[in-house]
Design a protein around this ligand. Structure first.
Ligand SMILES: *Cc1c(COP(=O)(O)O)cnc(C)c1O
Length: 435
């Protein structure tokens, strides 16, 4: 048996219990009809002995792979010593160690002075906290978000999300947000930062003065659209000029996915507020954070609350991840090399078929032009043992979110599967493949 290739199984598990008892809202389980029972490094295993290469990484929650031995033993030691599991927002050894590590490994070397707010453990809660804080501090209501942005599923964050299907689930009006065109939305010749500046400067444009401008530097769910550094600097300057706070939602693009710990590093601006979640705990444990300038920390105690703020197990694994991966430059060098490989391989696939690529760093994909074709490609990949998903307004972009720790040969092997799946899908007259 090869040790480097996926070994998918074809046997579909009995899903009766899920159909009978689990809500129809489940989604990923439908496109990957297996029952998974173990995961290690870049692999997921099903309970029939199958093995899948994971190019989804829990939507970028598992940037360091599954059950990384350093994180796992830190957590096991902590639990074995009866470390605090739940402590509301009390001071704990685990929290202190996390904050110390965040300060010394991440913030100080980058010249960043942020306070850390532990929100409820999901990304959407960090976004809720960020926009609430911006509204509180500025006394304004409007948040400017962007076309194709994705910020979460609770009402405040959902109002900032573009996708109509997701928005449709709200059941109430989603208000106090304006969705402005993202970088490149009107093609390369229209400067959408200039459009925004013109509208904000015009007292008759109908666009109110915003509390915040909320932006992803790479739109993770919205099709891997990339904002350029000059565009982001202009957005930061516009926010400052108009008395609004700039919030970078780094929930998917941060934690190394685009190369640096933050996706905006070295771009020449500093966001007022940053939201983090997904790979922050490093091990897939729920953990979210809003970071902001100390002057903005105008909360009164408990004003944004939650029972599960500061997951102590996540503090342990997050601190271990920061120490292990971010204390020196080795990991970033490896990620940069893998990003280059990924870029070259995707560019070659795109050139072969006259398609285009999207994304930045280890957050890249290929635009197949339609959700049906992209869905056929990801289904074909899955049959061959590669877990991969789509992104974009029409799910038209096949998105590679390989673990950042993947070894180069395995990255290449996974991309071989993607390449052949695209080739075969596009060679099959469309409509025939679906039958
Ligand atoms: C996933 C994601 C969120 C929401 O995080 P949850 O943990 O699913 O609530 C918000 N913003 C971005 C950019 C995301 O990718």
């Amino acid at each position: 048996m090869s040790t480097t290739l996926p070994q998918p199984t074809t046997c579909k598990p009995d899903t009766a219990i899920y159909e009978r008892r689990e809500s129809a809202v489940r989604s990923y389980a439908r496109s990957m009809p297996r029952q998974f029972n173990k995961a290690e490094d870049v692999w997921m295993h099903d309970n029939q002995g199958g093995r899948y290469l994971d190019f989804l990484s829990g939507c970028s929650t598992l940037n360091y792979g599954h059950n990384h031995p350093v994180l796992k033993s830190a957590l096991m030691d902590y639990i074995a010593a009866n470390g605090i599991t739940h402590g509301l927002d009390l001071h704990t050894d685990a929290k202190e160690a996390f904050l110390d590590t965040l300060e010394t490994v991440i913030l100080r070397p980058r010249g960043l002075n942020y306070r850390a707010m532990f929100t409820g453990p999901t990304g959407t809660n960090a976004v809720e906290a960020a926009i609430k804080l911006a509204r509180k501090v500025t006394g304004r209501e409007l948040v400017i978000a962007f076309t194709n942005g994705f910020h979460g599923m609770t009402l405040g964050a959902l109002a900032c999300t573009g996708n109509a299907t997701k928005r449709g689930g709200a059941g109430v009006p989603l208000s106090h947000v304006a969705h402005e065109p993202y970088d490149g939305y009107h093609g390369p010749d229209v400067d959408t930062a200039e459009l925004l500046e013109r509208r904000l400067a015009d007292p008759s444009s109908g666009l109110d003065a915003p509390a915040a401008i909320l932006v992803e530097t790479v739109q993770g769910e919205g099709g891997l659209n990339v904002a350029s550094a000059p565009w982001l600097r202009r957005i930061a300057a516009i926010a400052r000029r108009h008395g609004a706070l700039m919030i970078v939602d780094d929930i998917q693009a941060g934690c190394g996915r685009t190369g640096g710990f933050f996706s905006f590093e070295d771009m020449g601006f500093v966001p007022d507020i940053v939201t983090m979640a997904k790979s922050l705990s490093g091990m897939g444990l729920p953990f979210a954070l809003a970071l902001f300038r100390p002057e903005l920390d105008q909360w009164s105690p408990g004003e944004h609350n939650g029972t599960f703020r500061g997951n102590n197990h996540a503090f342990v694994t997050a601190a271990a991840a920061l120490r292990h991966f971010w204390s020196d430059g080795q990991f970033q060098q490896d990620v940069a090399r893998r990003s280059g490989m990924l870029e070259r391989r995707l560019d070659a696939m795109a050139a072969e078929h006259g398609l285009s690529t999207r994304g930045r760093g280890m957050m890249r994909g290929i635009d197949l032009g339609s959700g049906e074709i992209a869905g056929t490609v990801t289904a074909t990949c899955f049959e061959r043992g590669l877990i991969i998903e789509t992104s974009g307004a029409h799910d038209e972009v096949v998105k590679v979110l390989a673990p950042l720790v993947i070894d180069d040969a395995l990255l290449s092997a996974g991309l071989d599967i993607l390449e052949s799946s695209i080739r075969e899908t596009l060679a099959t007259p469309y409509g025939v493949a679906a039958e």
